[in-house]
Design a protein around this ligand. Structure first.
Ligand code: SF4
Length: 223
């Protein structure tokens, strides 16, 4: 088995966080009315995309009725409805519309993962849960070995700083902030495409497109 397949198999079987195991399975059992006839995934959600990717995207955690339902990051909720059209415009995705693991989506030069793999209540994993999940993210980074890491939101950014032992007083989160690390990799920050940000105008389509143009520029110029 290839390392990425092995990793994802381990992630899907993980039950290290009792609170999240209970929550993800409860949500999958009760379901939202609109999806009552669907079978929810209800397990940890592994990363997906191009195993040769130069761009790694790190999100926060699965949405209760989004990827906890569909089993694929950002698939089936409003955040994905904002993300994938942007990735399609930037040439990282073959299609803008996504709905399930079998919708034909192919990511090009991009792999999408998250700081926590199980849907948390109120979209808030605890520090302890993030710590427990961190080794999976470390292994994603090790296997993919990306040139650019795009952090969607502050939680993802702080997790990456923790992994690399970087100080938050030096590396500050701001939309479109970018940093080159001593290992040559780039960190690129973006507001998370949650409805909380997109409906309030904190993150606009133009602001989000800017992120993917920056990522494209960094890999094309191989800086
Ligand atoms: S959040 Fe991560 S460490 Fe915790 S149970 Fe889910 S996959 Fe395991």
């Amino acid at each position: 088995m290839k390392p990425l397949e092995q990793l994802n198999k381990e992630i899907i079987a993980c039950r290290k966080c009792p609170r999240l195991v209970e929550w993800r399975e409860e949500v999958a059992r009760v379901k939202r009315k609109a999806y009552k006839d669907e079978e929810y995934w209800g397990k940890p959600v592994p990363g997906f995309g191009d195993s040769q990717a130069r761009v790694l995207v790190v999100g926060l955690a699965p949405g209760a009725h989004g990827s906890n339902r569909t089993g694929r990051n950002f698939t089936g909720d409003a955040s994905g409805g904002f993300l994938f059209p942007a990735l399609h415009r930037a040439g990282f995705a073959n299609q803008a519309e996504v709905e399930s693991r079998s919708d034909g989506l192919i990511l090009k030069d991009m792999y999408i993962t998250a700081a926590a793999r199980c849907a948390p209540p109120d979209n808030k994993p605890t520090p302890d849960e993030l710590n427990k999940c961190q080794p999976y993210l470390e292994r994603d980074i090790e296997i993919i070995d990306p040139n650019v890491i795009v952090c969607l939101g502050r939680v993802a950014f702080e997790r990456i700083l923790k992994i690399y032992g970087l100080r938050g007083s030096v590396y500050k989160f701001a939309h479109a902030a970018s940093y080159q690390l001593t290992n040559g990799k780039w960190l690129l920050c973006s507001y998370h495409p949650s409805q909380q940000n997109t409906l309030t105008g904190k993150l606009t389509v133009d602001m989000f497109d800017q992120i993917w143009k920056m990522a494209r520029k960094l890999i094309d110029e191989n800086i």
